[in-house]
Design a protein around this ligand. Sequence first.
Ligand code: ADP
Length: 919
Amino acid sequence: MLNFERSSLSQKLTLTSLLSTGSALLVVFVAFAFATVHHQRAAQERQLATLAETTGAQSIVPLLGADRAAAQQVLGVLATQPGIQCTALFDRNGALFATADLVSTLVPAPKVDTRSAVARTVWIGPPWDPALRLYRPLHVDQHLVGIVMIEANQRQLLMDIAESLALTGAASAIALAIALFFASRFRTSIAQAITQLITAARQVSHSQTYAQIEHQRSDELGTLIDSFNAMLSQVEQRDLKLLQYRDQLERQVSLRTEQLEKAKNAAEAASQAKSAFLANMSHEIRTPMNGVLGMTELLLATPLNEQQRHYTDTVKRSGEHLLVIINDILDFSKVEAGKLTVEYIHFNLRELLDDIDYVFTPQAQAKQLAMDFDIAPDIPVAVCGDPNRLRQVIVNLLGNAVKFTDQGRILLRVSITAEDAQAVCLRIEVQDTGIGISREARDHIFDSFSQADGSTTRKHGGTGLGLAISKQLVELMGGAIGMEQPLGRGSLFWFTVRFDKRAIEAEAPAGSKQLRALIVDPDPEGRQALESTLTRWQLRCDTACDGDECLHLLRAAIACGQPYDVALIDMALPILSGLALGAEIKADAELSGVRLLLLSTERSAADTRQRREAGVAFQLIKPAREGDLYACIVAPLRASEGVRPGAPAPALRRSTQKRLTALLAEDNPVNVEVASAMLQTLGFDVRHAANGEQAVRAVQEGGIDVVLMDCQMPVMDGMAATAEIRRREQQEGGMRQLPIIAITANALQGDRETCLAAGMDDYLSKPFTQQGLAELLARWIALPRAATVHHGDLQVPALAVREAAINQKALDAIRALGSQGEALLERVIHTYVDDTPAMLRQLHASVQNGDTQAMRQAAHSLKSSSANVGADALAQLFREIEQLGRQGTAHGASVLMADIDREFRAVRQSFSAMLEKET
Ligand code: ADP
């Protein structure tokens, strides 16, 4: 079907002329047809009337004389006329008198008004074969004497009409053709002009050709083409101008780009210079600070009179204060340089808060302020994030609170704002009753260098950087920070942070030694749930339903030489509450070695003081998060637990009587003096290397138990020296043997990672205290028993050799394999100890090359061989590496490798001790 809207202009024009001409012709044709039919019929009727009249006149005499034969004759003559198909004569009563019927025998009776003399006509027959019948009454002196009827067929009439219509139709068709011919001529003349316009417009848009359209027209289309041509030339001109502008602009842009490139390079160089300057400055400031603080500490350990001690104490405090300021400035510089980063490691949130409490409570007490810690009992224990940065923010807020408060109390509140399966959001508030902050100052309190009281007469010092840095840190940790005006005096600072919860693998074994746990819960379902979780972690579990049974089991375990490592006590015990039971256990010197975990509902939770008094290590709200439970049970006792007054002494540690030698690789004479003195106080023999090269040589000569390695040294720096020592170790036995600890004043660019990546085991930032040094060394090596550190009124007890616990069950399983069980076990252990280093080398190589496939395979076989000989902790580390390999990433593997090397050393040590004992 033709769509008028969509059809082309030419089609439209043709259609329009066709429709207009066609409809005009149709009207004329129809009118003509009507007229023709009408005239022909009228003529026929007239002709028939004349015939009837003549015949009527001739028939009157035979009618009056009743002479049928004569009448018949008259009718017979009439019937010879062309087209006549029937004639009849009726008497005055309407009865048939005579007829000449040529077609049928049925002559119908007349139905006429006999008084009227007018003839009546009737059209009969089908339309394609019509006939005309006429009745005429015959009167003599006004008296009817009869009626004549003539019937004539009208075929000729039809033929005549058809003929004239055919003629008219042909004429119309010719007229239409002529109209179309002229229409097409006019159409071409219009459409051609329009097509030209369209083509020209297309050329402009496609190829930007502005060719003018030629024409000789003087009509409206001519005017349109002229205007179009004019428009084209204008556009062409404009295009030319634009082109010129563009060229100009391009030249300008490239000029500017060049200038910007230069400026960017200069800025980058400046930024690099700034970073290098920061690193240097950090190093340069920390080095003398190490001298000042270290020497002061050493001086304080010598006999001094009261005045001298007072002066020295002041020097130390001022030094420590200066160090805080330096750290702030360095952090701020990192913010400026965009280099502030946060770590992502497992840590124990409760311990961190405890540490803070431990530091701040005495400070508050010294100012006679109450210090309250309102910590929601349901906050998690084991989380992943940056503990040091979290501590820094809390310490800054609490430090300000103590600084700006002279009376009243300080409150640290920690609560959960949201928690899902993976993470927990915490809100931490520090509220004080101090001087408060004015409305104007509140708006810019988190800006750098901003102080509420900027006057020279202000009472409190400070750089105004603490809050700015805290804000950056909190935002880096994905949280927000702010302050509010609390009711009453003082100020309230708050911040939010989000930490991932520690995830525990379903079958994670709880450490290398098979721990014994006692579950004390009156509810059988609760006992069973806990038991199944702990069994999954390969703990040996027993259960008790009340305090008496618990005490009985604890004593029985001690009596048979297998004490419980941990007791999980429900708060709601019958008779004796969980808290009271804990206190009773801790009061019994024999039982007090067991670690206590208290499980309670939120409502029955004990507060920190009650918990501490009862000797409960951690309190968990039921149902406890798996990660928390795992961390509380399995977490090794941290070094600091050993130095806390009242805290249980670290288990599982032995000491050695042999004197140890530390190699101190350090170029700065003051630092050498400080560190040497500290090491000597700790009972070490000290050897000194002035640069990395000397250090490598000294290690080569042997007899070194631990290396303290400065990072920046002349000739060969600490990183290169460590790498060289590790390379040689690998060449010789394939194992990392010697603990190397970085001591660096570079507190700047991700130093911990850099040092670990270079092959060092740990990291100590300068300036350090003797206590810090002792704690760190104790993680890697058994400190000589003589090395009891006097640090204020605290004492660092002797710490013992690091030896891995071996799962005896695994060894028993090997023993049970044959009749020569012991010999077999010995062989298996020898093979394990001999073969593992080569495999470890492979694993190291695959981690270094990022070949996760090889990493996975090596870790897998090491995991099973380690599990076979009962080195469960080591097997767990291999499992983690294997997991990484499976995830196709080597990210974080080098840190794990350091742990693995360390653990393998410990495992080897355990085995050699075991074998020694047996021979
Ligand atoms: P600093 O304390 O080193 O000057 P901060 O950034 O930590 O730097 O604090 C900026 C300013 O905010 C402080 O100088 C003080 O005026 C105000 N301020 C911070 N905390 C408190 C508080 N708890 N009470 C009153 N004023 C405070």
